[in-house]
Design a protein around this ligand. Structure first.
Ligand SMILES: Nc1ncnc2c1ncn2[C@@H]1O[C@H](COP(=O)(O)OP(=O)(O)O)[C@@H](O)[C@H]1O
Ligand SMILES: [Mg+2]
Length: 479
């Protein structure tokens, strides 16, 4: 994805023979070796193997010609469509393309000597996965999921992309419904499985928070025998998760948190606007480290990261040092400074995702951030989606956090956020609009030098457009 190395410089990932064997494919043409795996022509690199996956909206078979024209070494296509592409390039013909990618993922797992971790949780999967990528890369070749590729195609794709000589593999696994994690983790067969936390996210599909905990605990079912389950000791569902781990192939449970008795325990945190300093006890040994990403929630995730590092057999002290290189993934708390007349506006871009836990976490960061002269703490909030019947109450419930975190002004977009808006004291009401696009003008008009502002909403509520509008109105300098 971000790897822009020309194909000539990339080592082969799969030989043609291995592809034919793993996917039980019929090769048309020369059965070439490939240097990478792609399912998207927009990010395809020359030398990649293109899988013509059928998505919800589009069928990858409609992009095979484009993939081959862009330099794909070959395409994997379904038997019933293969005739269309003959003569356009090398093809691997299979019964079902997604099944073939899963088969290649399994072959990848079978050939790998890497130490492997699977990460799930209601929030913090991607941030934790990226932190693991950062700290493990300092100790050996590390392969990790791109973006949030954590579902029925993202997990096999990540497996299929894993170089044979990887020392560490980091896999994000997500779910919207019960039963989805189990088959995914069965492919990954991790040595270590981590649940970051259990929160009311996807409540709509799961029904209760206990059902969410049980669905996350499916991740332990795929552990290799004797593997390590890593659990958040501070979470109210800790006992439930621990029991699930004890009834799984796990040989050991490791806990993290602030609660006394946690194996990786935070004893003190110094919160700053752009970083945190953590004092912790790591399996009985004291340690102090810095994380270049603000927020107590990020520090909590870092404890999970260190627990995983130990469970994988990597070096804890080196990992604690490397934590200083851990910065927020885009849209998840990046701090951007916007020059404004008379000074600067500090913007936290949290537009990637929102749920009750992550909005509270973001407001906590804002509460810790000093404002400039005449500056105010401002939140711009879009609807939190997929919360089901409790959605209105969960939105209204944010009023407490607004008060506790000394937020001065709230801008709200969407029918669900109206429930919060109506709870706010008049002096904290910035503006309300039915959607993010209609709120943008009011936000742009209100901001001034000295303000610190956090923009947050579910991806579907389009608050990212407000961040883009702010960046273009005020020319930006990265913090
Ligand atoms: N432990 C946590 N508690 C509360 N919020 C968190 C936690 N970890 C991350 N977040 C926030 O949740 C949002 C989503 O983070 P991300 O790492 O993308 O999670 P996921 O991959 O699980 O969706 C971000 O706004 C992030 O700052
Ligand atoms: Mg994610």
């Amino acid at each position: 994805m971000t790897d822009m190395t020309p194909s000539a410089a990339r080592p082969p990932l799969w030989t043609g023979d291995a592809l034919v064997a793993a996917m039980q494919a019929r090769a048309i043409g020369e059965a070439p070796d490939v240097c990478g795996v792609s399912i998207d022509t927009r990010t395809l690199q020359p030398g990649d193997l293109f899988f013509a996956i059928k998505g919800d909206a589009r069928d990858g078979h409609d992009f095979v010609a484009a993939a081959l024209a862009k330099g794909a070494a070959a395409a994997v296509v379904a038997q019933d469509r293969a005739a269309e592409f003959e003569g356009q390039g090398a093809l691997y013909v299979v019964a079902d393309v997604l099944d073939a990618m899963v088969a290649l993922g399994r072959a990848s797992r079978a050939r790998s000597q890497a130490r492997i971790v699977a990460v799930t949780g209601s929030v913090g999967k991607t941030g934790t996965k990226e932190a693991l990528r950062t700290v493990l890369s300092a100790q050996g070749a590390t392969h990790a999921s791109a973006a949030s590729y954590n579902n029925h195609w993202g997990v096999p794709l990540t497996l299929a992309r894993m170089p044979a000589d990887s020392r560490f593999g980091v896999f994000e696994i997500g779910m919207n419904h019960a039963g989805e994690i189990e088959p995914l983790v069965a492919m990954v067969q991790p040595h270590v499985a981590l649940i970051t936390t259990v929160e009311p996210v996807h409540l709509e599909n799961l029904g209760s928070i206990e059902a969410i905990a049980d669905a996350k605990a499916e991740i332990f079912s795929g552990l290799l025998p004797g593997g390590v389950a890593v659990i958040n000791r501070d979470n109210p569902h800790y006992e439930r998760l621990r029991k699930a781990a004890e009834n799984s192939p796990a040989g050991r449970v490791v806990s993290f948190g602030e609660t006394p008795g946690a194996d990786v325990r935070m004893t003190r945190i110094i919160l700053q606007p752009d970083q945190s300093i953590v004092e912790a006890t790591l399996f009985g040994e004291p340690a102090t480290y810095r994380i270049a990403s603000p927020g107590k929630h990020v520090a909590m995730n870092s404890l999970g990261v260190l627990a995983v590092v130990e469970a994988l057999g990597a070096d804890l002290a080196l990992a604690a040092i490397a934590m200083a290189e851990v910065t927020p993934p885009s849209g998840r708390g990046e701090q951007i400074r916007l020059p404004a007349p008379g000074g600067e506006i500090a913007l936290y871009d949290e537009s990637y995702n929102a749920n009750p836990a992550s909005i509270r976490a973001a407001m906590d960061v804002l509460a810790q951030t000093p404002v400039g002269l005449r500056g105010r703490r401002i939140v711009v909030l879009g609807d939190m989606l997929e919360l089901g019947p409790e959605g209105p109450a969960l939105h209204a419930g944010l009023a407490e956090a607004v008060a506790a975190c000394n937020i001065d002004l709230v801008f709200a977009a969407g029918p669900l956020m109206k429930n919060l808006w109506q709870k706010l004291p008049l002096e904290k009401r910035g503006a309300y609009a039915p959607n993010a696009a209609e709120l943008t003008g009011a936000v742009l008009g209100a901001l001034r030098a000295g303000d610190v502002v956090t923009v947050k909403g579910s991806n579907g509520s389009r608050t990212g457009a407000i961040v883009a509008a702010l960046k273009s109105r005020f020319a930006t300098n990265a913090a």
